[in-house]
Write a protein that binds this ligand. Structure first.
Ligand code: SAM
Length: 224
């Protein structure tokens, strides 16, 4: 099986139970509102913008963004995730476009976006730096990256190297950011490519996660 198929199969199998985590399914109204507030802060100050949600998973953030009036396209490698996302947006009475494809090279043709957003995807990618460059190339002038990332299951003050969360399909591919990426390391990767970078810590906001956390979680906003 190709490594891309193995990744898609792993995540499709994870799709049915994925939303059971409070920050995945956003089933609790407080958790959902906490994400709605953050997303509103991170979007450009215009009523409706074009957002590409890469590695959209079951579409929880896609739904919030569509609910806020934005035009959202979700991309995910796992057909099971995309099926769940399509069902979720329909159940919400909203619309968004979903495509099955590699987030590192989103199959969106020549379309350009005001925002490329990704949550908890970079750690799974064999070449996250190439993905970052690809995302920037899909932004309109003045566009922005919104990257919600972290380094999970180890104290926020742990060094850059640690066990973290393992991707079981890693196989022969080294995943440079397996276990997550610190804000410092992601800033180093993104800053040379953009005009401005801002990092917002999310570790202290337990409402986002369904409870307190003690590892590093953050949003990195980059203006192209
Ligand atoms: C941890 S989940 C995050 C899902 C969603 N962004 C969220 O925050 O709820 C990672 C997602 O990335 C997807 N994924 C992994 N590698 C991918 C790739 N190369 N291209 C597109 N999606 C990928 C998986 O299928 C999965 O849906």
């Amino acid at each position: 099986m190709s490594s891309e198929n193995a990744i898609a199969e792993y995540w499709s199998a994870a799709a049915p139970a994925f939303d059971e985590e409070p920050d995945h399914g956003l089933r609790d109204a407080r958790t959902r509102r906490a994400w709605e507030r953050r997303l509103a802060d991170w979007m450009p100050p215009r009523p409706a913008v074009d957002v590409l949600d890469v590695g959209c998973g079951t579409g929880s953030l896609t739904v919030l963004l569509a609910g806020a009036g934005h035009r959202v396209t979700g991309v995910d490698l796992a057909p099971g995730m995309v099926a769940a996302a399509r069902a979720k947006i329909a159940a919400a009475g909203l619309s968004a476009a979903f495509v099955v494809g590699d987030a590192a090279a989103p199959p969106v043709g020549v379309r350009r976006f005001d925002v490329v957003l990704s949550r908890h995807l970079l750690w799974t990618l064999p070449d996250p730096q190439a993905a970052l460059r690809g995302w920037l190339a899909r932004l309109r002038p003045g566009g922005r990256l919104v990257l919600i990332e972290g380094r999970w299951r180890q104290p926020a003050d742990a060094g850059a190297v640690g066990a973290g969360v393992a991707a079981p399909y890693a196989g022969e591919h080294r995943l440079p950011w397996q276990g997550g990426v610190t804000a410092r390391e992601l800033t180093s990767a993104v800053a040379p490519l953009v005009s401005e970078v801002r990092v917002e810590s999310l570790s202290e906001d337990g409402e986002l996660w369904g409870g307190e956390v003690d590892d590093e979680r953050y949003a990195l906003l980059a203006l192209a």
